[in-house]
Design a binder for this molecule. Structure first.
Ligand code: BZD
Length: 831
């Protein structure tokens, strides 16, 4: 054995500061070829992470071994997005090594926070859907489920947002520029993913008609694994992200012909599949590259799942017994025809057997009712790219339509609505319909949303397959969204009620009794103040802007979208400005309004909202009359890491979507847990948050889903609302007439036109008066700090339901059939 190897093997993986220090030094020298004297911060960060990885590897391997030996049922969560953010804090929290690593860094001359901040967010998602997938991985590992994430290792995650002159500018997110020490590339795990070609019929030995997919082109999917540790339970699951690489044999012919440059260009083309995350949420843009990405993910993942399965089991007919596959939205729904294809064309099963296995193995989650977001792939595109799959989809549809006829008789309109293939000028495949027909469970992400999908977009399907529809209200991981991001509050809670809440969030109910404990309440409110000051320091340092920490921190952070109605809060900010100008001596409760969020690069209206918010902010922040009374600020480049700073500092959580449009929301849960008071509509999970915290501890306003329907039916006219509310009219006039943008007075006409002539589809004007009233309630409550903090504490204490541990237990029980695995012998017993 060479000395280097023996040194490597001698790397200690102890859990004490001294051995951690030794490992960091060792990694500097033997992994990075530098040393403590010459290393820079990035190198030091890298050795810290490698030392953490050393401490994960044994558990990682042992966990997989145990799953194999026990033939544990495996859960595969397929998602085009995993918005995992930074991993260092999370790994240390889950390994219970925060203090040791902190001390090790300090002893070696580095400040832990500074090192932690070196890490780029893995921003491989747009918003809620991607973050939910990340929370689920944390919960699956914590609950001891054999749960694996499968996604794409995009070279570029969600774009970086800069603000120039108030406008959003997009810049590439080159997060892998210096690589990531968290991902292990596995050259041994690589699969060809085929495209194009044609489906060729033939007769097999038994005289059955079968099909071969021939003349295909292929690219390789290469596995990159990121460990997903559970909370202090020794479990380490895996997130496998595929990277596209070109086939080795690529174009030897080209080389021979001297077309070297073309061959290299082809490599580039193949690798483009995993180049960039599509930055659109809630709008379907039918680009071929996106379809390639979706199939790339599905094909490589199914190959991997089946390879693993075959190593442990003999009979594919038992697949649903040992494997459950969850499709995160319709993006991975090509799994339906692809699994059918594998079972029939490659494994030789007949249609009925293949169908039974497919439906029982797969399930699908719906995240939106917005029609423009539903995926509809043109048949022509599929015919070209995936001809065999299209053929299978046609067959699925034919058989399904027969069943519809059996079930409903000759109802032509219903058949048209339910068909997986929509006919018309451009026939297309409705991926949601495919998902409902081809899986055994479809779930909504909040109770209201599930009711809505049953009544609206999927009504026909619900009437045919009522047992397929189920609700799984979203959740968030308390590890990241309280323990990690709000350490002072987490410590206070633990010192009062112990730390069982970390894995049993409903134990926070014990805090209910503390509302009358003055000493505790003082500490609780002091922490909020401290968090506000911490945020203010960050803003001061990065933007040179001084937040008024005595004011209400009123925060709306999420993707920018008309249905989320950032415009309503912007109008409120402008109305407050007008009020203060007109009543300079009137008392006001000081407020600092904070926005952050990205707009899809092609979404002009959302981008205009950002500009408007910035223009209104400039007006307010540059007017000395507003001092100590009102501020408005747009923070650029919203991210998981920024959310971790903003949420603990919030007094007010803005959850103000048009009722019926926000499927669930998960930010709402994070804010409530951290003691912010929600001002919100009865939409998504707000409804359930209200049920949990109690009506007195949430400020609800505006139209309900039924109210929205009724108003639309009876003929809504936004002009009436405009004329009826003076303060509202004044702001809209100001926006229209250039008050906030004097050099370009017509700049915001697209906004005011959509509100007035466009009749305000999102009902901002209809809800505004109720919203303004609700904001007065906020002021009144905040003016009585004792009352305010009671309400805040009830929020912290009563949102245990929204732990993603609960959500995952529900999936495990009702969809995945693996409830027997939950917490088996692995429960965390306290530190
Ligand atoms: O999913 C969101 C919903 O809007 C939220 O209400 C819900 O809480 C979360 C989690 O269930 N949907 C998305 O985030 N959707 C996307 O980001 C997306 C991404 C690509 C394509 C389509 C939608």
């Amino acid at each position: 054995m060479s000395t280097t190897t023996s040194k490597k093997l001698n790397v200690k993986t102890g859990m004490d500061t001294e051995s951690i220090k030794a490992d960091i030094l060792s990694h500097l020298r033997y992994s990075l070829a530098t040393d403590i004297e010459t290393a820079n911060k990035k190198e030091f960060y890298k050795s810290v992470v490698l030392s953490v990885m050393d401490r994960l590897h044994d558990s990682w391997l042992n966990t997989q071994k145990e799953y194999r030996e026990k033939k544990t049922k495996k859960i595969y969560y397929i998602s085009m997005e995993f918005l995992i953010g930074r991993l260092l804090d999370n790994a240390l929290v889950n390994l219970n090594l925060e203090q040791e690593f902190r001390d090790a860094c300090k002893d070696l001359g580095y400040d832990y926070e500074e090192i932690r901040d070196i890490e780029n967010d893995a921003a491989l998602g747009n918003g809620g859907l991607g973050r939910l997938a990340a929370c689920f991985l944390d919960s699956m590992a914590t609950l001891g489920l054999a749960g694996f994430g499968y996604g794409i290792k995009y070279d570029y995650g969600i774009f970086k947002q800069k603000i120039h002159d108030g406008y959003q500018i997009e810049r590439p997110d080159d997060w892998l520029r210096f690589g990531t020490p968290w991902a292990t590339t596995r050259p041994s795990v690589m699969y060809p993913v085929r495209f194009y070609g044609r489906s060729v019929p033939y007769t097999d030995e038994d005289g059955h008609l079968r099909f071969k997919w021939e003349n295909t082109q292929h690219v390789y999917a290469l596995a990159n694994d990121i460990p997903m540790p559970g909370f202090r339970n020794g479990v380490v699951n895996n997130l496998r992200l595929w990277k596209a690489t070109s086939p080795k044999s690529l174009d030897l012919t080209s080389f021979n012909q001297g077309e070297y440059i073309n061959a290299v260009r082809d490599i580039e083309l193949h690798e483009n599949i995993s180049r960039v995350l599509y930055p659109n949420d809630k709008i379907f843009v039918g680009q071929e590259l996106r379809l390639k990405q979706e199939y790339f993910l599905v094909s490589s993942t199914l190959q991997d799942i089946l390879r693993e399965y075959k190593q442990q089991h003999d009979d594919l007919r038992d697949l649903p017994k040992y494997v459950a596959i969850q499709c995160n939205d319709t993006h991975p729904n090509l799994a339906v025809p692809d699994l059918m294809r594998i079972l029939m064309d490659e494994e030789g099963f007949d249609w009925e057997t293949s169908w039974d296995i497919t439906v029982k193995t797969l399930s699908y989650t719906n995240h939106t009712v917005l029609p423009e977001a539903l995926e509809k792939w043109p048949v022509s595109m599929l015919r070209n790219l995936l001809p065999r799959h299209l053929q299978i989809i046609y067959e699925i549809n034919k058989r399904f339509i027969n069943k519809v006829h059996e079930h409903f008789g000759d109802d032509v309109n219903r058949v048209r609505r339910m068909s997986i293939i929509s006919e018309g000028e451009q026939p297309s495949v409705q991926m949601a319909n495919l998902g409902i027909v081809g899986t055994h469970k479809v779930n909504g992400v909040a109770a209201l949303h599930t009711d809505l999908i049953k009544k609206t977009i999927f009504r026909d399907f619900f009437e045919m397959y009522p047992e397929r529809f189920t609700n799984k209200t979203n959740g968030i991981t308390p590890r990241r969204w309280l323990k990690q991001c709000n350490k002072p509050l987490a410590d206070l809670i633990t010192s009062e009620i112990g730390d069982s809440w970390i894995t049993h969030l409903s134990d926070l109910r014990k805090l209910d009794d503390k509302v009358n404990d003055k000493k505790f309440m003082k500490k609780y409110s002091d922490i909020k103040q401290q968090n506000k000051e911490r945020l203010a320091a960050y803003v001061k340092e990065n933007y040179g802007f001084e937040l008024n920490t005595k004011a209400i921190f009123d925060i709306q952070i999420k993707r920018i979208h008309e249905y989320k109605r950032q415009l309503m809060l912007a109008i409120y900010a402008a109305a407050q400005y007008n009020y203060i100008k007109a009543n300079p001596d009137a008392p006001v409760v000081p407020r600092t309004i904070i926005f952050a969020g990205k707009a899809a690069p092609g979404y002009a209206m959302a981008k205009m909202f950002i500009k408007l918010i910035n223009s209104i902010s400039d007006k307010i922040n540059n007017d000395p009359d507003m001092e100590g009374k009102l501020q408005c600020f747009f923070l650029d480049n919203y991210s998981v890491t920024l959310a971790e700073q903003l949420i603990p500092a919030a007094d007010v959580s803005e959850q103000i979507s048009t009722a019926g449009m926000e499927a669930s929301g998960t930010g709402n849960m994070k804010f409530a847990l951290n003691g912010a008071v929600t001002i919100g509509t009865l939409d998504g999970a707000n409804v359930e948050i209200k049920e949990e915290v109690g009506d007195e501890n949430i400020i609800i306003f505006g139209l309900t889903v039924e109210g929205v329907e009724e108003l639309r039916r009876s003929g809504y006219s936004s002009w009436e609302y405009y004329n009826a509310d003076k303060a509202l009219k004044q702001v809209i006039d100001q926006i229209r007439d250039g008050f906030f943008e004097p050099d370009h007075p017509s700049l915001f006409h697209t906004i005011t036109n959509s509100l007035l002539d466009g009749n305000d589809y999102f009902l901002v004007l209809a809800d505004y008066p109720a919203y303004a009233e609700a904001q007065k309630e906020v002021d009144a409550l905040y003016s009585k700090p004792d009352e305010w903090f009671k309400v805040a504490l009830y929020n912290t204490a009563r949102v245990g339901k929204f732990s993603s541990d609960r959500t995952i237990s529900d999936y495990a029980t009702d969809i995945w059939g693996c409830e027997d695995q939950l917490n088996k012998g692995r429960e965390y017993q306290g530190s």
